[in-house]
Design a protein around this ligand. Structure first.
Ligand SMILES: Nc1ncnc2c1ncn2[C@@H]1O[C@H](COP(=O)(O)OP(=O)(O)OP(=O)(O)O)[C@@H](O)[C@H]1O
Length: 537
């Protein structure tokens, strides 16, 4: 894809390959204009552009524009068709670094002998705009959470996203969520044969509900495998879009969805008490859960409340005691980096050979396995099975488990996370680590190098059980603890917090196990997140 290695998907590719082009790639539309299929982009060469622009040139006061060519990366091309002899191209035009809008190119082919060539040329443009295995004209069920983030989801959808989906001729069906849990109910009833994609105009709460709704269908495995879950970032937490669309801009995310490749995603089966559900993003006990869920009274701070919440608790050396039992693959950071690098290289090789497959697993889709896989390690209330390594952690500070890399726009906590490697990445940090180190960690998170701190225990994990306890406060420190809680926004909080995909669950033991490739998402790259790996080892 044109933008695979580039932050800005709308760059004009340098050297788009107009020299030495095969005549089959050139469409002469009139005496002065040609459209050429370059290496990465459509090249519009139009002598007329010069004159047209000159006409609005404020009586010659502005310097004459001489630009007669422009390049539209194939990634930006949303649709192309020919109607009689009129060639119509819809594309996403950048409007600054973090947004785009629909624009059009229209030309009449004047030479009537070119009918067959024109048709072939337009087909070839569409093939480049949607290289295999990208599906065209996706059937998208859009769910809008009118209260997500700053309550702008409806407006964002109408102004920024809907026109792009329409220009790409996607089939769209829109529904607003009316209450908590509504997205689960909708997803439970979706016909997987009629819907390719559920796009959640929301934060990470709706995708969580949609995965769990699909998991409640009569043939859940099939539904989870067929319907790709995506996010149009409109919430306060937009991690899914950061990881898969590479952006938290709604319009750029819309293009990423239009051009997205179906990619399997591991889901994490969670059991707690009698409940069973799936997590797609993260589980947190302690500082992260508290900074996310326990800072409601600090909403006036905007997104800074998370950082503030973490700072106050870190500086107060807050601990969250728990018993932790883990089935891990490894905690050797060098080996983890190494296997991540290997996965990146394999993926690059697959792209350069053009062997990215569409992830439609025929055996699952055609009447194969349709039920949810049974739990390998039982539930949180069963006796702990063999194979779990148990440790008491009386001074645990941060327990954070991620299935994706980015947890927020500046925070690639889990630098080596992969979408479907059958493992989750687990971070444990002792709450007594020095304040200076804690501050350094906070500032290093954005580089993706948190895992390299010796104080950070980092593991690749298949399953775990955590049983958190409330830390007793020694009588002498009660006042200090109270002030700390108040400063951190948790003045009225009575018990500890657990966040799963950013949503609160009861403060009780839970067990988690990775179910490889159970879910389906759309991604820009296939089997990788939009993160180029940690900056050091
Ligand atoms: N109409 C509605 N009224 C109230 N809650 C809703 C409604 N629609 C969806 N929700 C709930 O809102 C929660 C948060 O949604 P979402 O993740 O989209 O927004 P957010 O702003 O990122 O989240 P948060 O409020 O957790 O910061 C979800 O659990 C969802 O079930």
């Amino acid at each position: 894809m044109a933008d695979m290695d580039d932050e800005n998907p709308f760059r004009d590719p340098a050297g788009s390959g107009v020299e030495d082009v095969d005549p089959i790639n050139v469409l002469t539309v009139d005496r002065n204009a040609t459209l050429t299929l370059g290496t990465d982009a459509l090249i519009v060469l139009d002598e007329g552009l010069k004159h047209r622009r000159a006409a609005s040139n404020l009586c010659g006061l502005l310097p004459q524009l001489s630009k007669t060519t422009r390049a539209v990366p194939f990634y930006n091309v949303l649709w192309a068709e020919v109607d009689d002899f009129e060639v119509i191209i819809h594309y996403a035009q950048p409007t600054g670094k973090k947004a785009c809008k629909v624009a059009y190119i229209n030309y009449n082919v004047t030479d009537k002998s070119l009918r067959t060539h024109t048709k072939r040329w337009v087909d070839a443009l569409m093939d480049r705009a949607y290289p295999a295995p990208t599906k065209r004209r996706k059937r998208i069920k859009v769910l809008i959470n009118p209260f997500g983030g700053k309550g702008q989801a409806q407006k964002i959808w109408t102004r920024e996203v809907e026109p792009l989906f329409a220009a790409a001729k996607c089939e769209v069906d829109v529904e607003k969520t009316a209450y908590r849990g509504h997205a689960t109910e909708i997803a439970e009833k979706i016909d997987p044969n009629q819907v390719d994609v559920v796009a959640c105009a929301s934060g990470d709460g709706l995708p969580h509900e949609v995965f769990n709704g699909l998991a409640k269908q009569t043939h859940p495995r099939r539904a989870l495998r067929k319907v790709a879950v995506t996010q149009i970032p409109c919430g306060s937490g937009n991690a899914m879009s950061m990881n898969l669309n590479g952006t938290d801009s709604p319009s750029l995310a819309a293009v990423a969805i239009i051009k997205g490749i179906r990619s399997p995603l591991d889901l994490v089966a969670i059991t707690q008490g009698g409940n069973r559900f799936y997590s797609f993003l993260s589980q947190a006990v302690g500082i992260i859960a508290e900074s996310d869920l326990g800072t409601e009274s600090l909403r006036w701070m905007g997104s800074f409340r998370f950082t503030w919440g973490i700072l106050v608790r870190m500086l107060g050396k807050t601990v969250y005691p728990a018993e932790l039992a883990v089935v891990a693959e490894t905690d050797d950071k060098r080996a983890i980096h190494e296997s991540f690098r290997h996965a990146v290289e394999e993926h690059r090789a697959a792209i350069s050979k053009g062997v990215l497959h569409d992830s439609d697993d025929a055996s699952l889709l055609e009447g194969g396995e349709t039920e949810l896989p049974s739990l390998k390690y039982g539930t949180a209330t069963d006796p702990l099975p063999a194979g779990f390594q148990t440790q008491d952690k009386p001074t645990l500070g941060n327990f954070y488990v991620g299935n994706m890399c980015w947890m927020s726009p500046d925070a690639p906590f889990f630098a080596t996370a992969l979408p479907s490697d059958g493992r989750v990445d687990m971070i444990n940090i002792d709450g007594r680590c020095s304040r200076i180190t804690a501050l350094r960690m906070l500032t290093e998170v954005e580089k993706g190098t948190l895992m390299d701190f010796p104080e950070v225990h980092y593991q690749k994990v298949f399953a775990y059980r955590i049983s958190p306890r409330t830390a007793p406060t020694p009588p002498k420190r009660r006042l200090r603890a109270k002030i700390g809680r108040w400063l951190g926004g948790a003045g009225r909080q009575k018990e500890g917090l657990i966040a799963i995909d950013g949503e609160r669950v009861p403060f009780e033991p839970f067990q988690a196990e990775v179910v490889p490739a159970l879910g389906m998402v759309l991604s820009k790259r296939g089997a990788m997140y939009e993160f180029d790996g940690p900056k050091s080892t």
